[in-house]
Design a binder for this molecule. Sequence first.
Ligand code: SF4
Length: 230
Amino acid sequence: MKIHGLQKMTLLDFPGRVACTVFFGGCDMRCPFCHNAELLDGSAPPVMTDDELIMFLQKRQGLLDGVAFTGGEPLLQKDLPELAGRIRELGYPIKLDTNGTHPERLKKMIGDGLVQYVAMDIKNSPDRYAETAGLKTLDLAPIRESISLLLEGTIDYEFRTTAVAELHDDSSFEQIGPWISGAQQYYLQRFTDRTTVPFEGLHAPEETQMRHWADIIRPYVPAVALRGVD
Ligand code: SF4
């Protein structure tokens, strides 16, 4: 497994839980605003083995009550179900971050009880999806399938969009709203610039703009909330 990072404790990644976050290397997208760009090609050496992660979690039993998988795209790791199974045996619920490109793997993880909460990115409206994911072309069928799977409501989940001034406009949210209509929860996350972000020249939208976009979503998803806005 390409475990490329471990945040030993977070109150932010797994709603309602004191969790650790495991970062997996490799991603099939190249979002220009990515905060973990150094993980994307999966070439960095792993920081720990699966066994070392399990030992860490054994020692933290009673202190942590959740494990968050992020990346990169965790579902690219073929041995993820096996590792998740070992973590579940220790009693930890698992949260999975995903870009939605592997609905069949997501479905199996959910069906096998290996994940308890999913946070799926909705990058943009269909017409700007590939551009926002940093790709020339993108087959949206798997993304649509992952959305439909989560909308079935068999598991707790959230959809979320990182809003970037240069990539999103009213039309983005006028199309995202109907696409995820009826969702449990939607977060509109304000882009924050960092030195590690792959593309320069991207900006955070104004706060008023963020609130306006949330208003566009609200008729479709009443539980819409902002992140990165006071
Ligand atoms: S899907 Fe996530 S990890 Fe992959 S490039 Fe985009 S923001 Fe980064």
